[in-house]
Design a protein around this ligand. Structure first.
Ligand SMILES: NC(=O)c1ccc[n+]([C@@H]2O[C@H](COP(=O)([O-])OP(=O)(O)OC[C@H]3O[C@@H](n4cnc5c(N)ncnc54)[C@H](O)[C@@H]3O)[C@@H](O)[C@H]2O)c1
Length: 394
C-alpha cells in the first residue's frame, strides 16, 4: 500500500469521524485483513473487540473514491448514531481504528485494559513529530509534549537513544503515547516514510517540530566543501523535506474542519538572525531556514497551517555544549577561542556573560515559545528569538 494512500485517506478518516474532539486513529494492513470483505469475517479475527461499530467501504485503491464513499457512508452513519464507528474496513486495503486517545486504540486492537492516566495538558491528544527528538532540545521538547498530553513521535537517526526515551515516557502509562521512528532528515524517502509511519500509528499529524540539526564550526580555511554540504543538507534541506511531507497530511486534515489549525515549527537559532564568526555553514543554513519559514507561511496560511521558527540562544546545559568529550566548551577551551580561559568553567562564564539574562537557554524557554505559536490563529511566518535578550529584533 503506497504511503500516498495512507497519508491521504487515514487523516481524512480521522477528521471526518471527529465530531467535537479531534480523534486519534490507527491503520493496519496485516495480510489477513486484506481478504476480509464483511463485518462478520472481521469479527471472527481474534484481535477485534466484539461489541464495536464497524463501517465497510467498497474495494478501490483510488484515494478520492475511498474518501467519496466514506463521506456518503459516514453521513448516513451519523444520521442514526451520535458516535463514530470504532472500525472502518477499507476492503482490500486495510483497517482503520478510531478512538479518543492512543491507549483506547490499543484496546480496540485487543490489548488488555490497564489503568492509564489521562492528563489534561496544553497539547492534549495532539499528534506531534519531533525530529532529532532523541536528545538535546528535541528530547526535552518531547518530554514536555508528552507531559502535556501529546502523542509524540520521536524521529531520529539515533535509534538506541530514541527508543530509550520512548520507553521512559511510556512507562508513565498515560492515555497519550510516545513512538519512535528512525529517520534521516536529509533523505526524501526517509522523511516521507516518517510521516506515513506517524499517520499509520496515530492517524494524522498536528504539529511537526523540525529540530534535527548539526553544528561543525570552522572558518573559510578549515571548512571542507563536504562538511558544508552535510550541514546544509541536515539544517536547511531537512527542514524543506519535513515541511513538504508534513504539510501534505496537514492540508488533508484542514479540509474537513474550519476551526482546525496545524503547525510547522522549525527550531532555528540566534545564529539565524545574526552572523556567527567562523561558523558560517551553520549560520547560513539557519538564515536560509527563516527564508523558508516566511515563504512556506505565505503558501500554507490559506490552508490554516502556520509556519514559524523559534530562534533559541545557546543551550549550555545540553550535550552540544556540555558533552565532556565532544562538547563546544571543551572544543573552545582546547582551541584557545576564549582568551585566558584555563578551565571549562572559564569558557562557560565567558559565554554566559554575553547574555543579558546571565544564563543559557533552557528547554522550557523553547517549549513556551512553541506553545505560544501553536495557540495563535493569527501569527505565522515569524522567527521568534528566545535568547535571554542576546538578540533583539529590529
Ligand atoms: N544547542 C544549542 O545551543 C542550540 C542553540 C540554538 C539552536 N539549536 C538548534 O536546536 C536543534 C537541536 O540542537 P541540539 O543542540 O539539541 O542538538 P543535539 O546534537 O543535542 O541533538 C540533535 C539530535 O538530532 C539528531 N540528528 C542529527 N542528524 C540527524 C539527521 N540527519 N536525521 C535525523 N536526526 C538527526 C541526533 O541524532 C540528535 O539526537 C538544532 O536545530 C540546533 O541548530 C541548538
Amino acid at each position: 500500500m503506497s504511503t500516498l494512500i495512507i497519508n491521504r485517506v487515514v487523516p481524512a478518516i480521522r477528521m471526518m469521524t471527529s465530531l467535537q474532539k479531534v480523534m486519534t486513529a490507527r491503520f493496519d494492513n496485516r495480510k489477513e485483513l486484506l481478504s476480509v470483505d464483511n463485518e462478520e469475517d472481521l469479527l471472527e479475527l481474534n484481535f477485534i473487540k466484539k461489541s464495536a461499530g464497524i463501517l465497510v467501504v467498497d474495494e478501490t485503491t483510488d484515494p478520492d473514491e475511498i474518501i467519496y464513499d466514506l463521506k456518503v457512508k459516514l453521513s448516513a452513519w451519523f444520521d442514526s448514531r451520535i458516535i463514530h464507528p470504532d472500525y472502518i474496513l477499507l476492503k482490500g486495503v486495510g483497517l482503520v481504528v478510531i478512538a479518543e486517545n492512543a491507549a483506547s486504540l490499543d484496546i480496540l486492537f485487543g490489548a488488555k485494559e490497564e489503568n492509564v492516566i489521562s492528563v489534561s495538558g496544553r497539547v492534549q491528544d495532539k499528534i506531534a513529530i519531533i525530529t532529532g527528538g532523541a536528545q538535546g532540545f528535541g528530547g526535552g521538547i518531547a518530554e514536555f509534549f508528552y507531559a502535556q498530553g501529546a502523542n509524540v513521535v520521536i524521529a531520529d537517526l539515533n535509534e538506541e537513544v530514541g527508543e530509550k526515551l520512548v520507553a521512559t515516557l511510556n512507562a508513565h502509562k498515560q492515555t497519550n503515547q510516545a513512538y519512535f521512528v528512525k529517520v534521516n532528515v536529509v533523505s526524501p524517502e526517509s522523511v516521507e516514510e516518517m510521516v506515513a509511519a506517524t499517520v499509520k500509528h496515530f492517524g494524522g499529524l498536528d504539529v511537526i517540530i523540525s529540530n534535527a540539526g548539526i553544528l561543525r564550526a570552522g572558518g573559510l580555511d578549515e571548512m571542507s566543501p563536504e562538511t558544508f554540504s552535510l550541514m546544509t543538507d541536515v539544517n536547511y534541506k531537512g527542514y524543506f523535506l519535513c515541511a513538504k511531507y508534513a504539510s501534505a497530511v496537514m492540508k488533508e486534515q484542514t479540509l474537513f474542519r474550519s476551526d482546525y489549525y496545524a503547525d510547522i515549527i522549525q527550531i532555528n537559532s540566534k545564529s539565524g538572525l545574526k552572523g556567527s564568526n567562523r561558523n558560517f555553514a551553520y549560520s547560513g543554513g539557519k538564515f536560509g531556514g527563516i527564508g523558508l519559514t516566511q515563504s512556506f507561511a505565505m503558501e500554507l496560511m490559506p490552508h490554516r497551517i502556520k509556519v514559524n521558527s523559534i530562534c533559541p540562544g545557546n543551550f549550555f546545559e545540553g550535550p552540544l555544549w556540555s558533552d565532556p568529550e565532544k562538547g563546544l566548551f571543551v572544543q573552545y577551551l582546547k582551541a584557545g577561542k576564549v582568551p585566558h580561559a584555563k578551565h571549562i568553567e572559564d569558557v562557560k562564564k565567558f559565554y554566559e556573560a554575553q547574555v543579558p539574562a546571565g544564563r543559557g537557554c533552557r528547554v522550557i524557554d523553547v517549549v513556551r515559545a512553541i506553545f505560544y505559536v501553536m495557540e495563535q490563529e493569527y501569527e505565522t511566518g515569524q522567527a521568534i528569538p528566545v535568547t535571554g535578550g542576546q538578540n533583539m529584533l529590529n
